[in-house]
Design a protein around this ligand. Sequence first.
Ligand SMILES: Nc1ncnc2c1ncn2[C@@H]1O[C@H](COP(=O)(O)OP(=O)(O)OP(=O)(O)O)[C@@H](O)[C@H]1O
Ligand SMILES: [Mg+2]
Length: 430
Amino acid sequence: MYTHEDLARLQSQSLKMQSWIRQQTFSPENTKTLRRFSSWEVAELIFRINQSTFRGRLAAEPDLPGGEVEPDGRQRWFSLDEINALRRKMKINRKSLMPPRPAGKRAFRAAVANFKGGAGKSTVALHLAHAAALDGYRVLLVDFDPQATLSHSMGLTDVAEDYTVWGIMARDLIRETDRMNAATTGAASGTALPRRQIPASIRDLGLGELRHSDFIKPTAWSTIDIVPSCANAAFVEFASAQYRHLNPEWSFFAAVSRYLDGLGDDDYDLILFDCPPAIGYQSMNAVFAADMLYIPSGPGYWEYDSTTSFIGQLAEALEDLSGFGPTFPAGKVTLPKAFADIRFLMTRYEPGNDLHRAMFEAFRKVFGAHVAEHPIEMTRAVEQSGRFLSSVYEIDYREMTRETWRRARASFDRAYDEFKGSVIAAWDKI
Ligand SMILES: Nc1ncnc2c1ncn2[C@@H]1O[C@H](COP(=O)(O)OP(=O)(O)OP(=O)(O)O)[C@@H](O)[C@H]1O
Ligand SMILES: [Mg+2]
């Protein structure tokens, strides 16, 4: 017979292995660093200009950052900060290299969501974030999944649950309850709400005192920040049920949305959510805060089945929310939840596989124009990177077969270009 003590023992063994794997996969001091990008990559893949045009400009304008020359080669290698400086300073045929962003709008929020496990959510979120950062956007990631795949991939392995979505929700409960109680006290009429008490056990955690920026961590990518997650944040699913009971008027599903509303409009361009493979308090917060849903799905028949049930469950959950609390005090929350766009993206697609092609056609027949035209292809580059916790953008092309790397990168680039098009079209609607 086995008890929780046996489980705890197994877990401690596993933790030892985990830190060994991390030592093997991250640089010696156990922190992730971002590589430099070659002048070939910067010109042709990032700025999408001719290499000789790029080299000519660097030679003609000594004020531009020149990168570093590696001992073994002729190429120059640029850091992300240097690439961004080049992007700001250089114009090609009088055209700016800065990515488009509508004036006067807050950052656009996209949720990568599917309740199906292993659909490719974290891989898609990671690659879209890296592609967007290389495209010049400032990105905030929010990891809603206590599996914390995305946080680990971004190099954050030592996260306290206070600084996760769980912390944001607990802080929101305290603040919203205080706000409602103050409104009750202030109201002259007898129709006011009952006062709600938050027990000392929650208040004394001190989460109400956390500042906005306390939840946001920098990463090895200077233009990508993250609200990370950790295994202990799984607790949110238990805690939230209790929290709702403490204050039934609390719009628990809008906690993260309210948190993000508190950011400056210009702090970021793009906010990307990685969701857990389950319906729950965290995934509902992600969906509710999102302007656009991006739904990855594998190419198998059973994956089509689970994607279908995902949208069914989501529809039901959102319908439930739409009737939330008649006594709910007016805030920034608008119901029912409306998305500026909903997109489906096939992942792990093999163009030579008849079943995959048939499933892609089926997706298109059913979901029509909502289906992204460019599926993400199955690639060894990503399988390998799963072990190394890196995106194809982070992997130095000299470390693998150039053709494998280029094909993988081209597939993610096409998916990103299409994603960007959807974002820009949807941005105007918010
Ligand atoms: N395009 C791809 N080519 C090859 N392997 C892939 C690809 N996309 C994802 N994978 C692999 O599939 C597995 C699941 O991917 P991922 O972790 O992104 O899914 P997920 O939906 O986030 O999973 P979970 O539901 O557990 O959060 C990983 O091992 C990943 O490396
Ligand atoms: Mg995941």
